[in-house]
Write a protein that binds this ligand. Structure first.
Ligand SMILES: *Cc1c(COP(=O)(O)O)cnc(C)c1O
Length: 350
């Protein structure tokens, strides 16, 4: 088989959920964000493992993702849709008991007309200016919306991964101003907000990246290993060049391994001449350009020819690779392509 393998450690995933759960008090419920196919790892697999760990509230971006998670989890767990109730979603939301987080007056109207009496939450904008009712809109419609019994009032922090940003306290104050005294459960924090402290926890938290081993949860356990098979090796002589546009040249005789993955698999072209693979802990530099389906690696430092090389592993986490690529761990994970074999280890039997 000539595709790479992503190995997902379900025990590490569960341990990360439990670690984030322990940061907030027992009065705060810890949810789980499984949007974008569980941050690229397979939403059915991760949702089931997180449910076994104790999660009872799940968040997805769009109703279609909610349908997949409902199928994996069955009836029972709450599934919130961050994108709210869009035209065309009504049947899915109704039949599969999804909870849309309504973000505009249009959506409130659509939901109350199409599915009267069906669960919903309300998304408030506290300064990110991305999704949610503005303070003025909320003031205008709260009197109409609250008697319909929202399950949750939520907002989202724009700078929670920068603990010193004054925007955090500003958004916290705005959220209090918009929700104090209402008596509906509240949610403000994703992974970064959980780490800002108890003032940010409210009734329900929404961690995503921290569950999957990414920053800003520095205490996370790695969940993902990415291993790419070696499909050919060759010895190149001093002066020979490797890869598209000959961007790397050997200055001594070098053993080159070609592995089966490339930018079509989410291994960004910015990693060209700028990343390190590992063979059982020994670093091997990526040389030349990342191609669509292939990458070349200098394995001269090894005393054997490995059957595969690791790009995400104990020595190099998702965020280390992201730094080399000039991006964030979120983008590395959610870019991992469809060609990889995804397999899981650990996890109590279902
Ligand atoms: C993606 C998202 C989350 C999860 O964020 P992480 O930083 O991955 O923990 C939570 N809430 C909302 C509204 C989101 O869009």
């Amino acid at each position: 088989m000539a595709t790479g393998t992503i190995t997902i450690d379900l025990d590490a995933l569960a341990a990360n959920w439990q670690a984030l759960d322990r940061i907030s008090s027992a009065a705060t419920e810890t949810g789980a964000v499984v949007k974008a196919d569980g941050y690229g790892l397979g939403s059915a697999r991760v949702a089931r493992a997180l449910a076994r760990a104790g999660a009872r509230s799940f968040f997805v971006a769009v109703a279609e993702e909610g349908a997949a998670v409902r199928q994996a989890l069955g009836r029972g767990p709450a599934i919130y849709v961050l994108g709210g109730h869009m035209a065309g979603d009504t049947e899915m939301i109704g039949d599969l008991d999804l909870i849309p987080l309504l973000n505009s007056i249009d959506q409130l109207t659509r939901h109350f007309e199409a599915l009267p009496g069906h669960s919903f939450g309300i998304q408030l904008d506290t300064g990110m200016n991305r999704l949610g009712l503005e303070p003025g809109e909320w003031a205008a419609v709260a009197e109409l919306a609250l008697p319909q019994g929202p399950k949750l009032l939520m907002s989202h922090l724009a700078s929670a991964d920068e603990p010193d940003s004054p925007q955090n306290a500003d958004q916290l104050a705005a959220f209090h101003h918009m929700t104090d005294g209402i008596g509906v459960p509240r949610s403000l924090s994703a992974t970064g907000g959980i780490l800002l402290g108890p003032a940010y926890h409210f009734d329900l938290t929404r961690p995503g990246i921290g569950l999957y081993g990414g920053l800003p949860f520095a205490g996370a356990t790695g969940v993902v290993t990415l291993s790419l098979p070696v499909i050919q090796t060759r010895l190149v002589a001093p002066g020979e060049k490797v890869g598209y546009n000959a961007t790397w040249q050997a200055d001594t005789e070098t053993l080159i391994a070609t592995v089966a993955a490339g930018y079509a698999d989410g291994l960004f072209r910015t990693l060209s001449n700028n990343a390190t693979f590992y063979a059982e802990g020994t670093p091997c530099p990526l040389v030349g350009r990342v191609s669509m389906d292939l990458i070349t690696v200098d394995i001269g430092g090894l005393n054997h020819i490995p059957s595969s090389l690791d790009l995400i592993c104990a020595e190099q986490g998702v965020d280390d690779l992201a730094r080399a690529a000039g991006t964030i761990g979120y983008e590395v994970l959610t870019s991992l392509g469809a060609r990889y074999l995804r397999q899981s280890i650990g996890g109590a039997p279902a």
